[in-house]
Write a protein that binds this ligand. Structure first.
Ligand SMILES: NC(=O)c1ccc[n+]([C@@H]2O[C@H](COP(=O)([O-])OP(=O)(O)OC[C@H]3O[C@@H](n4cnc5c(N)ncnc54)[C@H](O)[C@@H]3O)[C@@H](O)[C@H]2O)c1
Length: 331
């Protein structure tokens, strides 16, 4: 089993922990959080904009705890590190882990400065390590199904795709401090809409042009985004819309609508587990796994890449950095 540590035990740290504990190839040996005394408290408090499952607190009691990554790297024999701190610390901590010869799963966005992403990619390459950015939507069954339909042309050519993602202002963990720290998370464009921007980049590649409108919110100048991407060579238009400008308890919602030549499809997190398929003659449903399964799937894929010593072809770091560049192209 590959030994791993989770760094940052907030919403995403707990989500990855849950899925590491479910995975037979990974062994969680350490948790690093700058507030180790709050690890137990975090398990009991509500965090995140949706539920990703419950962890047994007794299991966590038996895991070694550290206050900083340096100390953990000195004391533990690790294969990989999961970096789940806020975005302004991604570069520094990922670099430290790679310099210690550890594979890294890094939360999205990879970084806000492009040169930092380039440095991490070169470092991972030089050390022969796996660096994967946790673009979970690539691993969510409804979005995988959509990509499969686009690639296979099962309903003919894709003509129009609309993706949306809305949530309230994050009000858990360190997000409460961020509201007074304008811009350090990159705001909803780099933090929330990046999921859809990355999915489109992964599925269709870079667009020919992007027309974008945005509005300020509590975290940045671009906490609501409404953008139209054009692919003139293929006659495809893509709309990306969303943000976190709503009050904190506003229900999280995401989904897509796609118009193909022969059918239109609809997925929404309000009707998880199905995709609706409409033609001019009928409306039917097809079952699809829950979007939440993406969190397990990405961890399992990272474990597979480590075990087989293969690069994460489904989620290469160069593509994740391109996604950050695409976020900038909306401004
Ligand atoms: N994939 C997704 O769907 C998704 C969802 C939410 C957040 N995220 C990403 O995950 C990251 C973390 O967000 P979150 O919502 O989990 O945050 P959070 O505030 O819930 O948790 C952050 C944790 O990091 C700890 N921390 C801070 N500095 C540290 C340090 N130097 N060393 C160790 N621990 C430290 C904090 O004490 C806190 O427990 C962000 O980059 C965010 O963009 C991804």
């Amino acid at each position: 089993m590959k030994k791993v540590a989770v760094v940052g035990f907030g919403f995403m740290g707990m989500t990855h922990t849950l899925n590491i504990l479910k995975n037979g190839d990974l062994q969680l040996v350490a948790i690093v959080d700058k507030n180790p005394q709050s690890v137990k408290k975090n398990l009991q408090s509500k965090s995140g904009n949706f539920s990703t499952g419950e962890i047994d607190p007794e299991v966590i009691d038996n895991i070694h705890k550290y206050q900083d990554l340096t100390d953990c790297l000195q004391k533990e024999e690790l294969d990989a590190v999961f970096i789940c701190v806020h975005t302004n610390l991604h570069f520094e901590l990922a670099k430290e882990a790679l310099n210690h010869g550890k594979h890294v799963l890094l939360e999205k966005p990879m970084c806000l400065e492009l040169r930092q992403g380039e440095e991490l990619i070169s470092l991972a390459k030089e050390k022969g390590l796996i660096l994967m950015v946790a673009h979970v939507v690539r691993f969510m069954p409804p979005y995988q199904k959509l990509k499969q339909w686009i690639d296979s042309k099962e309903f003919g050519e894709l003509k129009f795709l609309s993706l949306s993602r809305f949530s309230g202002l994050p009000a858990w963990g360190q997000w409460k401090e961020k509201q007074a720290d304008f811009g350090s998370s990159g705001g909803a464009l780099f933090d929330l809409l990046i999921h859809d921007i990355d999915f489109v980049n992964y599925t269709l590649g870079k667009p020919g042009s992007i027309k974008s409108n945005y509005l300020p919110g509590a975290l940045s100048r671009h906490d609501y985004i409404n953008a139209l991407w054009s692919y003139p060579q293929h006659n495809i238009e893509v709309k990306v819309e969303g943000g976190n400008i709503f009050h904190s308890n506003f229900p999280f919602q995401a989904g897509f609508m796609a118009q193909f030549e022969q059918a239109s499809v609809l997925y929404t997190t309000f009707q998880s587990g199905i995709i609706q398929i409409a033609t001019n003659n009928e409306l039917r449903e097809t079952p699809v796994g829950d979007a939440g399964e993406g969190f397990y799937n990405e961890v399992a894929y990272f474990a597979l890449c480590i075990n087989n010593n293969q690069q994460p072809l489904e989620c290469m770091p160069g593509s994740s950095l391109e996604t950050v560049q695409l976020c900038y192209n909306h401004l």
